[in-house]
Structure formats: C-alpha cells, structure tokens
Design a protein around this ligand. Structure first.
Ligand code: GDP
Ligand code: GDP
Length: 437
C-alpha cells in the first residue's frame, strides 16, 4: 500500500491553508517547525470515499519577503513535483488572474504530474463564472470552482483527484515511526542539536530536491534511524514579539511533549539541573512518555574522574523517585555522543512499545511474588494469581488478585523493581494496576 499525496500550491492568500484544513477535516495537522531549522512543513491526513491521502500545504513554509517570490514559487513547486501524486494549483476568483499566478503556471508546466486548477472563493454563482479567465493559464487537466470556506465544490474536486491514486492508501503513514520531542529551557542547545541531526548547511531548495517521497513520513533520517521530531508551529506564529515568549515556548513544549513518544530533555551542563528541568521531566513522566536526559555543553565542564558520577547523583536526587531515565553527556559543538543520544532514544522507544507475553510475565514474576508475597493486612492474605500486559500505548500491567485494594505502595515498588530487573524498561514509566479476580 502506498501513500497518496496531494500538494497544494499557489500564491499567498488564495486560501491554501483553508482548503488544507478542510481536507484534513477533524484529523490533526502535523506541523514541524523547529526554530533555526530549514524545514517548516505542514501536512495532514484525510480521506475521501474510502481512500486515504496525505495533504501538504506547501505554503505552510515560512513566507519570505516579497522580493524572494521567485524562490518561493520554485520551492513550492519543486516540493510538489517531488512528493505529490496530484497537484492542486490554487487561484482566487475574487482577485482574478494575477501575474504571480502566471509565474506559478510557468513553473508548473515543467511537471507531468496531474494538476488541477482550483478556483477558490467561488462562494456565489456570479463569482463561479469568473473562473473562465483562468483557462488562459494553460495548465491543468481541468479547473474546479470551489469555496474552501463553505466547502462547496470540494467533493467534485476530490472525486477527480482520487482517480489518480494507485490504491486506497494508508490511514496513518506515521504509524510505528518514533516521535521525538526535544525539550529544555532556552539556550540549552535544542536547535543546535536538531540542526546537527539534520545537517545544517543545506538550504531549503536543495533540501527539498533531495527529499524522497518517503521523507515526508520518515521525515528525519539521522545515523540510519528514522524518526519524527515533533514541535508545534502554531503557537509560535501566534505569539507576537511583545507577548510573553517564555510563556509560549513553555506551551509549545507541552504540546510537543503530548504528541511525542520519547522526550529528549536537554540540560545545560554549566548550570546543572534546575527547577524548570525537573518540571519538564515530571510532566513527561506524568504523560507516560519515554525520557532521555542529555547533559549538553559537556565540552565546557572541567572534568575529573568523579564528575560524571556527581552529575548523575545530583540529577537522580532531584528527579527522585524517577530512577530509570538514562543520562547522556553530550556536546553539540564537538559532536560528542550525539549518535549515542539518538540510539538511546530509539532504544527507549523500543522499550516503550514492547509487548511481553503473559506466559513470560507469569514465569518470571510469580516466583518473585511467591518468595516475597504481599504482606497480609488485617489478617487477610493477598493472592496475586496472574499478570498480563494491557493493550495500551504505554506499558501497563494488570495484576489479578483477590484483594486489590490491599496492595500498598511499598509492595507496588517492589514489583516495579522486579519488572525492571527482568525486562528492559530503561527510560520508560510503567504502570501497574491491581484488579479483582
Ligand atoms: P493561504 O495564504 O493561501 O494559505 O490563504 P488562507 O487559507 O490563509 O486564506 C486567505 C484568506 O482568504 C483568509 O482570510 C481566508 O479566510 C480567505 N478565504 C479562504 N477561502 C475562502 C473562500 O472560499 N471564500 C472566501 N470568501 N474567502 C476565503
Ligand atoms: P536552544 O535555545 O535550546 O535552541 O539553544 P541553541 O541551540 O540556540 O544554543 C544556545 C547557545 O549554546 C548557542 O550559542 C550554541 O552555539 C551554544 N551551544 C549549544 N550546544 C552547545 C555545546 O554542546 N557546547 C557549547 N560550548 N555550546 C553549545
């Protein structure tokens, strides 16, 4: 099964993002917009009559100033030509044909991908008739008048578009690809880290030209690992310079955290662990995310044989009782352990998604329970009969027993420790539930 991709191109303000939002309907837009990084893409998933597709709003990129329109046109069209199965070239019937539309048409003529001209803002009959002038563009299989705002005409358009799909497509092309959030206070090195992973010096156009179709879904590929860096663009766009940038950056981190499978929390080695770092880690644990701590700027620290241990002790004591989080000492500047950081994040993802067979859980844990059973409470004995992993996104284990309400915190900790001894849950919060059997 392949991924069907629709790309929307066109000059600013014709209504691309309005159509994009309509096509993805209730489905979520996925934005990635890492500050300082050359990529800024918005794409989402939709379906029509049982066919799944991915839509790219090529205009979702950072808009350049007026004098770089030519580059902007090339960039959008190049992206669409490389990635799309069908290109929607959007124009505005209200504004009429403009010279920028003509420039787009000139570039679009270079591709043999199917193109439809979408005459947007055809809200009324009168406006719909104005679409005739766009035939002069001389591109596209056909012209469809639509109103992205009301949705009229979009069904007819999609009926045609889906005819170009090879098959019904995949519902969620990102399934199974680890989503990573890079979090931390300002200035710890987040964007330097992401830039290093992505290869810094490529400019947008060559970046896109080198992008394979699959790159949309396996969007980042560093050290041979595929992953998605989640970040939420929307919040930053809304924040005016005068507004509380710190507030928005926190909100943004929270959103990214919620979307992620694994959170890479970066600390600044020259400052040690601070209150806000502890908050981020606690929030990640509360949301049951995988967690990896990077102590970055390690190149700036004077080291002796005890330095690493001292840092680790300090961090573990501040984030107690969380003890399962790996800590890696990195330097983005000297590229120290950057590869390792990604490898560990991938391992954490593995640990988080692992499913343990019931038989294995019981074979390993029941002997532990027999050796050290839950203490009797009020003369009543607690018998744990069997254990099974629940089919949830985060490792959750149900312990079936006669008196679940009598299992207390210290015993739960004992069981959690035993589980962590038997199975690798490095970096992953696990949850134990006690159920009546
Ligand atoms: P983009 O820059 O191409 O992504 O354009 P937007 O989607 O941001 O839309 C630009 C403006 O056109 C916004 O004010 C939209 O509300 C408006 N707009 C979009 N679609 C329609 C439509 O079908 N009819 C009308 N009347 N306005 C629209
Ligand atoms: P962000 O705000 O977390 O995205 O931080 P930046 O990536 O913008 O980095 C803030 C500053 O720290 C920049 O001047 C970087 O060059 C510097 N920096 C980042 N990582 C390292 C590192 O590992 N070692 C040193 N010495 N400086 C670093």
């Amino acid at each position: 099964m392949s991924t069907n991709i629709i790309a929307i191109v066109g000059r600013p303000n014709v209504g691309k993002s309005t159509l994009f939002n309509r096509l993805i309907g209730q489905r979520k837009a996925i934005m990635d917009n890492v500050s300082g990084v050359t990529r800024d893409r918005s794409y989402g998933h939709g379906d029509w009559c049982g066919k799944y597709f991915t839509v790219i709003d090529t205009g979702g990129y950072v808009h350049g100033s007026d004098d770089i329109f030519e580059a902007e046109i090339n960039r959008q069209v190049e992206l669409a030509m490389n990635e799309a199965d069908v290109i929607l070239f959007m124009v505005d019937v209200d504004a009429g044909l403009t010279s920028l539309d003509e420039e787009f048409a000139n570039v679009l003529r270079r591709t043999d991908k199917p193109i439809y001209v979408v005459a947007n803002k055809a809200d009324t009959n009168a406006r719909m008739h104005q679409m005739g002038e766009f035939y002069a563009l001389g591109v596209g299989i056909d012209i469809f008048p639509i109103s992205s705002q009301s949705g009229s005409g979009t069904g007819e358009l999609l009926d045609e578009v889906v005819k170009h799909f090879k098959d019904e497509g995949v519902e969620d092309p990102d399934a199974g690809i680890p989503k990573i959030a890079v979090l931390g206070r300002p200035n710890v090195g987040k964007s330097s880290f992401v830039n290093l992973l992505l290869g810094q010096e490529r400019n947008i156009v060559t970046d896109i030209a080198g992008t394979t179709r699959d790159a949309i879904h396996a969007r980042y590929n560093a050290f041979g690992k595929e992953f998605i860096i989640v970040d939420t663009a929307g919040l930053r766009r809304k924040s005016k310079v005068s507004e509380d940038i710190e507030f928005y950056s926190v909100l943004r981190s929270v959103r990214a955290l919620e979307e992620a499978d694994v959170c890479i929390v970066i600390l600044d080695a020259t400052r040690g662990i601070e209150a806000q770092d502890v908050n981020i880690i606690a929030l990640a644990e509360k949301n049951r995310k995988g967690i990896v701590i990077l102590v970055n700027k390690w190149d700036l620290v004077e080291k002796d044989t005890h330095t690493t241990k001292k840092f680790e002790d300090e961090i573990y004591s501040r984030i107690a009782p969380i003890s399962y989080v790996p800590i890696i000492f990195t330097s983005v500047v000297t590229k120290q352990r950057i590869h390792k950081a990604i490898e560990v994040a991938m391992d954490v993802y593995e640990n988080k998604t692992r499913k343990i067979p019931t038989s294995k859980l019981n074979d390993l844990l029941l002997p532990d329970i027999e050796r050290y059973p839950p203490p009797a409470i009020k003369g009543k004995f607690i018998k744990i009969k069997y254990i099974t992993q629940l089919p949830t996104h985060n490792p959750t284990f149900a312990f079936f027993c006669n008196l679940p309400q009598y299992v207390k915190e210290p015993y739960m900790r004992y069981l959690e420790n035993r589980m962590r001894e038997h199975f690798d849950f490095t970096g992953v919060p696990i949850r134990l539930l006690f159920k009546k059997k």
